[in-house]
Design a protein around this ligand. Structure first.
Ligand code: COA
Length: 378
């Protein structure tokens, strides 16, 4: 019998290449993230979320008419089936928004009779519906749990504008909507992260997109994955003030606590997404006359670099940015899904396009050759 210490299996599949993909690549040493060949900084500066979705799904930037057509298709599909919203009204009001999202995304499949095929045409149509409706579900839950009517989507708005409108009940100012649009671009894809890998494993069985995306939502919910952004804000609130940062940090590090939003399994330098979110956290702080959260974050970032040589990840500054956009703490992870749906569906389309069932082996470390004993003799 072999033991875990002699294992040839890579713990957590670290460093294992499990698929070929042209969708995105992460260079953890240089801090470079690309989508289909384009640097994330170039896309954040110049592109829009809708254009990035087209890029992820099709491997090239759209022509003007193609982009207009995709936008129209999203807008035409913003509305979620009334039956799903009706079902959500029966959920316990204190349910975790990620649990609500998982169940309601799954339920969308009931009302899309034609949407279960794995051929490219059907799969793209379903990807459009899911991408258009996932934000509607997140925003609807915010309203329903607060005892309010969901805000109907506005088909004249883009995905970022429409989401903020449905969530907060009023249209966002242009600069805030653009910040949110770029945040959606930054979270869209990150290679074979846990939730994306989950969607590929499910799609690899030729199960439909609704099933694959439901699995993606379930994986994203975990605190070691998409759940970290909420925990960053909880940490900032726990610390309470800029003056308290140093003593809080010394105590936390002394107790070997992990500092939320710091460190990354791949990046060993600055996460390029954090570069943008830091900028947004400051800009929103200046706009709202509240730089407290940004200043505290800066202090933690500086101290963690000095003391541990560690950098902030995507979740570190998105927390204070979303907080300043009046988004409730437990909705930060659902918002991650509103963006990551684009990467998930891109990977599902890629998987369907060249499918092979994903079926690795386990290194067996249990007993062998045992003889069955009747229950009376055990
Ligand atoms: N704060 C303090 N110490 C940290 C740390 C953090 N955020 N992240 C890692 N470390 C320390 C570990 O305690 C460990 O120290 P040790 O060698 O003395 O035991 C060392 O750095 C390596 O940690 P490990 O967990 O093995 O690194 P990893 O690269 O596998 O972990 C994360 C990556 C993201 C899981 C980890 O950094 C983390 O938990 N960060 C906080 C949660 C978070 O922000 N997650 C979102 C990721 S996008």
């Amino acid at each position: 019998m072999s033991t875990a210490t002699e294992s040839t299996a890579a713990a957590g599949l670290r460093g294992v290449v499990a698929a070929q993909s042209s969708i995105g690549d992460v260079n953890g040493e240089t801090g470079v993230l690309i989508y289909q060949g384009y640097d994330i900084h170039d896309l954040a500066e110049n592109s829009t979320f809708e254009e990035v979705i087209y890029l992820l799904w099709n491997g090239r930037l759209p022509k003007k008419s193609e982009l207009e057509d995709l936008k129209k298709q999203f807008q035409a599909n913003y509305e979620a089936p009334a039956e799903v919203l009706e079902m959500m009204r029966t959920f316990p009001k204190d349910a975790n928004p990620m649990d609500v999202l998982r169940t309601s995304v799954s339920a969308l499949g009931f009302f899309d009779k034609e949407g279960h095929g794995t051929d490219r045409e059907t799969a793209v149509r379903t990807a459009i519906k899911l991408t258009a409706q996932i934000g509607t579900l997140v925003a609807a839950w915010e309203r329903i749990r607060s005892g309010k009517e969901p805000v109907a989507p506005d088909k004249s708005l883009n995905i970022a504008e429409n989401f903020l409108y449905m969530m907060r009940g009023e249209k966002a100012e242009a600069d805030e909507a653009r910040i949110f649009d770029v945040a959606l671009i930054l979270h869209a894809d990150h290679e074979l992260n846990a939730s994306t890998f989950t969607t590929r494993v499910i799609a690899g069985t030729l199960a439909d997109i609704y099933g694959a995306v439901t699995g993606g939502v379930a994986a994203l919910a975990g605190p070691l994955h998409g759940g970290a952004n909420t925990n960053v804000m909880k940490m900032l609130k726990e610390i309470g003030s800029e003056d308290a940062v140093d003593s809080w940090l010394d105590k936390a590090l002394g107790e070997k606590r992990k500092i939320m939003g710091i460190g990354h399994p791949v990046y060993k330098t600055e996460d390029p997404r954090a570069t943008w979110l830091r900028k947004f956290s400051r800009a929103l702080g200046e706009k709202k006359g509240n730089l407290k959260w940004f200043n505290m974050s800066q202090k933690i970032e500086k101290a963690m670099l000095e003391k541990k040589g560690m950098y902030p990840n995507v979740d570190f500054y998105s927390a204070s940015a979303y907080y300043l956009m009046d988004i409730p703490l437990d909705q930060y992870t659902p918002i991650f899904a509103v963006s990551r749906i684009s990467g998930w569906t891109g990977h599902i389309l890629e998987q369907y396009g060249n499918n092979k069932l994903i079926r690795p082996r386990a290194e067996y470390i249990g007993a062998r050759d045992l003889k069955y004993a009747p229950i009376e003799e055990r």
